[in-house]
Ligand binder design. Structure first.
Ligand SMILES: CC(C)(COP(=O)(O)OP(=O)(O)OC[C@H]1O[C@@H](n2cnc3c(N)ncnc32)[C@H](O)[C@@H]1OP(=O)(O)O)[C@@H](O)C(=O)NCCC(=O)NCCS
Length: 141
């Protein structure tokens, strides 16, 4: 499941600040998607701290940020890592952008020497994210 042609998956840059702090991935009547959006919008400020525990990877198509993942050290369990959230803009869903972001985040964690479990807490009604997490494409990543 590669990222769609033309979509670049890369680490967040300071020049992405305005786009990420106003990123939109909320669905009407699904409160958990609004929570995801808020976590993403806050992340650029969170990672400014010198002891930042999170990282951001973005999906960019023709200069537009179409997806974002926030991941890193779990504050409650410092020895483990978590995917805090993933968001994809509504008009670009089901193109494998979300899964590409997750794959990139897992690769980034491995590249930093981490080889333990990576957790992802998902609202029980969040079918897209539950299905994404269950996809066999990520097994063993
Ligand atoms: C969850 C989310 C990030 C998925 O992003 P996406 O780019 O649409 O997902 P992908 O295209 O990478 O999907 C990968 C796989 O996940 C599963 N999946 C994704 N969306 C699904 C849906 N709506 N229904 C069923 N399965 C779904 C499928 O198995 C899919 O593979 P397939 O299309 O080949 O069948 C996106 O729906 C989103 O931004 N939701 C709002 C924010 C949110 O809830 N984030 C998660 C918070 S923890």
């Amino acid at each position: 499941m590669p990222a769609p042609a033309g979509v670049e998956i890369r680490l967040y840059r300071v020049s992405d600040y305005a786009a990420v702090t106003s990123f939109k991935c909320a669905d009407p009547r699904r409160s958990w998607t609004r929570e995801a959006e808020l976590v993403i919008r806050k992340a650029p400020d969170d990672i400014r701290s010198p002891d930042a525990k999170a990282q951001i990877v973005v999906a960019v198509d023709d200069g537009r940020i179409v997806g974002t993942i926030v991941f890193g050290i779990d504050p409650q369990h410092q020895k483990t890592r978590s995917i805090f959230t993933i968001g994809v803009v509504r008009d670009r869903r089901r193109e494998h952008i979300g899964i590409s972001l997750k794959r990139a985040a897992l690769a980034e964690l491995v590249a930093t020497g981490y080889d333990g479990p990576v957790y992802s807490q998902v609202h029980r009604y969040n079918t897209p994210m539950r299905e994404l997490n269950g996809t066999s494409d990520l097994s063993g990543a």
